[in-house]
Design a protein around this ligand. Structure first.
Ligand code: NAP
Length: 220
C-alpha cells in the first residue's frame, strides 16, 4: 500500500520502519518544528499541508491508499484535519494514539486540564521544571515569583517571555537518575508537564516520584 503517516514522534518513526519492512510504500510527514529530526526509514516530507483541504488534495494527488495519524497526543489540530481529510477523500484511515502515563504508587500528581490551571496552581516562589514546547510558555509569564527551568530540544527563535528562568537545551534523559540530578541541581520543587505518554520523557516522572516532588500534570 501507499501510506502517509502523520508523524513527529518516535512511535511514528518506528511504525514507518515496520511498514517499509513489510514492503509498503511509506511517506512520513513532519510539521518541521524540530531543526534536526532523526532520520526516518522511507520517504519524508516536511511542512503543513494548508489545513484539512490541503491534506485531502495531497492524498488524492499522490494516490495514497491509506492515511495513518500517529501524531503526538497533544497535536490536536493536525489530528482534526486528518479526520476531516479522511472523511472527504474516503481513504482508509487509522489513528494510533499512545496511551497516557498512569499514576504509580508514590506519585504526587496535581491533575489539571489546562496550562492556565497549571500556572494558577503553582505555589508562590516555587522552582519549576517546565517541560513544555516554546509555544506553550507564554501563559506562565505572569508568575514573576517563580523560577522556571525550561527544557527544550531546540533553541527558541524568540527570547522566552519568563522573567526568571534558565534554559536547558536538549532532550530529556531516559535515565531517571540523571533526571533526578537535574532536579536536585536546580532545587526544583515542582514539575509541570503534559501527560504525553511514551517512554522518551517518562524519566522525569520517575525522578519526581523518587524525590517526592509534585508533578502538575496537564491531562488530555
Ligand atoms: P498541531 O497544533 O496539531 O498542528 C498545527 C499545524 O501544523 C497543522 O494544522 C498542520 O498545518 C501542521 N502540522 C502538524 N503536524 C504535522 C505533520 N505531522 N505533518 C505536516 N503538517 C503538520 O501540531 P503541533 O502540536 O504543533 O505538533 C506538530 C508536530 O510535532 C506533529 O507532527 C506532532 O506529532 C509533533 N509533536 C508535537 C508535540 C506537542 O506537544 N504538540 C510533541 C512532540 C511532537 P497545516 O494545517 O498547514 O497542514
Amino acid at each position: 500500500m501507499k501510506i502517509l503517516i502523520l508523524g513527529g514522534i518516535k512511535e511514528a518513526a518506528d511504525l514507518a520502519a515496520r511498514l517499509v519492512e513489510e514492503s509498503h510504500d511509506v511517506t512520513s510527514s513532519l510539521a518541521g518544528r524540530t531543526k534536526e529530526p532523526k532520520p526516518i526509514v522511507g520517504d519524508v516530507r516536511v511542512g503543513g499541508f494548508g489545513g484539512a483541504e490541503g491534506l485531502a488534495e495531497y492524498l488524492t494527488a499522490h494516490l495514497f491508499d491509506k492515511l495513518i495519524d500517529a501524531t503526538h497526543p497533544f497535536a490536536t489540530q493536525i489530528s482534526a484535519n486528518a479526520k476531516l481529510a479522511a472523511e472527504t477523500t474516503g481513504i482508509e484511515f487509522e489513528v494510533i494514539t499512545r496511551p497516557p502515563w498512569q499514576k504509580q504508587e508514590g506519585d504526587h500528581w496535581i491533575d489539571i486540564s489546562t496550562l492556565e490551571e497549571a500556572r494558577d496552581v503553582l505555589e508562590p516562589n516555587a522552582r519549576v521544571l517546565l517541560a513544555l514546547g516554546s509555544q506553550y510558555i507564554d501563559v506562565f509569564q505572569t508568575r514573576a515569583d517563580i523560577f522556571f527551568l525550561v527544557r527544550m530540544v531546540d533553541q527558541p527563535e524568540q527570547p522566552l517571555p519568563l522573567p526568571n528562568h534558565e534554559l536547558l537545551l536538549g532532550k530529556p534523559s531516559p535515565d531517571w537518575h540523571k533526571e533526578a540530578e537535574t532536579l536536585k541541581a536546580h532545587s526544583i520543587t515542582h514539575v509541570v508537564c503534559r501527560n504525553s505518554g511514551g517512554s522518551g520523557a517518562y524519566a522525569k516522572i520517575e525522578a519526581a516520584r523518587a524525590l517526592r516532588i509534585p508533578v502538575v500534570m496537564v491531562q488530555r
